[in-house]
Ligand binder design. Structure first.
Ligand SMILES: *Cc1c(COP(=O)(O)O)cnc(C)c1O
Length: 392
């Protein structure tokens, strides 16, 4: 089956007593066993029946299986947020004395995880420009535990050449961990780009409209021992497994991803074109043929560009005025919600960082970030027009 069909028809392994067509939400933590031997087998990993919902739950396993079949990966583990997926995956790979090589163009909490939390455990971070392969080569050494990249950075929307990065990494026997939140994994082939492990916030595209937090670690089976360490060590001891209700919501999200994403990307392209025609407004959206990352997105992501747009207004004051003037578009964070959303990243998501940190991360004080939703295109454009008019 094609992915559109597979996302809907991947059956769950074990039907419930009523033959429910949707996978039921198994809101239970414990599972009963018929005897001591089968209980021991389950707890010691000799069978894979659920024993405790911190580690396995039928509704979550069903969600993981669907993602596995859609990605052709070896294993998928669902976490209770994107940050949980990222922190668990990186902690499974890193050890004290090693370093992560990455870009400064990072999601804010990933940046703080690396620079504040992991540093206290003796794991360093070396920042380099991942669009510069020579700089990357100079940054890696024998102590590099992984290269971590975002396939499209948020909010700078920089797109590096992933295949070229992976070739350098693999030649040095270093795995590539990629945050693929910005383009749904159903729409491009991460393994063919050389990504060893995908981490993502399923909160965004897959929650299907801002319903639930979630994160995924998608393991392509190329790192020795990673899968075992993730399941046996991280999942059990850090306790960040996805809850069954979120897995249910996100399974429904997968069923509609093609319809939603298709509309959101079409809307985003139309909005980016409309905004570009306003004098004095610079729009950043890789779907525009004039964007510097357009061609690489065509090549790497099968012509998918996501549904996030940024643009610059003349001043921070006009940014606030713009946000305050919106009538339909919501003043909210989150990405790829069903509703269109607007945010001023410098004063919110990155608001608690220092000015120096924001400058280093290229978080412009005059940047507006839009997540384009499923509304009629003309309603989105009209709201943006009137708010920009009020702001400048
Ligand atoms: C939102 C986001 C995250 C964090 O995900 P949560 O589900 O909010 O924990 C990580 N990376 C990127 C690129 C994101 O947009």
């Amino acid at each position: 089956m094609e992915k559109e069909s597979l996302g809907i028809h991947s059956e769950y392994a074990c039907h419930d007593v009523y033959g429910a067509l949707n996978m039921p939400v198994y809101h239970t933590l414990a599972y009963e066993f018929k005897d001591a031997k089968s209980m021991s087998d389950a707890f010691c990993g000799r069978t894979d029946v659920p024993d405790y919902s911190r580690i396995t739950n039928p509704t979550v396993i069903n969600f993981e299986r669907i993602v596995r079949s859609l990605t052709g990966s070896r294993d998928v583990i669902a976490f209770n947020s994107g940050m949980a997926a990222i922190s668990n995956a990186v902690m499974a790979l890193a050890q004290s004395g090693q370093k992560i090589v990455t870009s400064r163009h990072l999601f804010g909490n990933t940046f703080l995880l690396f620079t504040d939390v992991l540093r206290r455990f003796g794991v360093g971070t070396e920042f380099c420009d991942l669009t510069d392969i020579t700089a990357l080569k100079e940054s890696i050494d024998a102590d590099t535990c992984c290269i971590f990249l975002e396939i499209m950075t948020n909010p700078q929307m920089e797109v590096a050449d992933i295949r070229a990065i992976a070739d350098v990494a693999h030649a040095a026997n270093i795995p590539v961990i990629a945050d693929t939140t910005m383009i749904p994994f159903t729409h491009f082939n991460a393994a063919s780009l050389g990504i060893d492990v995908e981490v993502l916030s399923s909160t965004k595209y897959f929650a299907g409209g801002g319903t639930s937090l979630g994160g995924l670690v998608i393991d392509y089976g190329t790192i020795e021992g990673f899968d075992n360490r993730m399941r046996r060590e991280m999942l059990m001891n850090l306790g960040a497994y996805m809850n069954p209700h979120a897995a249910y919501m996100q399974t429904l999200g997968i069923e509609t991803i093609h319809a939603r994403y298709g509309t959101q990307q079409r809307n985003a392209t139309a909005v980016a074109e409309a905004l570009s025609s306003i004098p004095g407004i610079t729009v950043n959206y890789p779907g525009l043929a004039t964007n510097r990352y357009h061609d690489i997105c065509v090549r790497q992501f099968n012509g998918n560009f996501g549904a996030m747009i940024t643009f610059e207004l003349p001043s921070e004051e006009s940014c606030f005025k713009f946000i305050d003037s919106l009538k339909m578009i919501h003043r909210a964070t989150n990405l790829f919600d069903n509703r269109s959303l607007a945010i001023h990243p410098a004063s919110t998501i990155f608001g608690t960082l220092s000015q120096k940190q924001r400058d280093e991360m290229d978080i412009s004080p005059t940047l507006i970030r839009l997540s384009i939703g499923l509304e009629h295109t003309s309603d989105i454009i009209n709201d943006l027009y009137q708010a920009i008019k009020a702001a400048i």
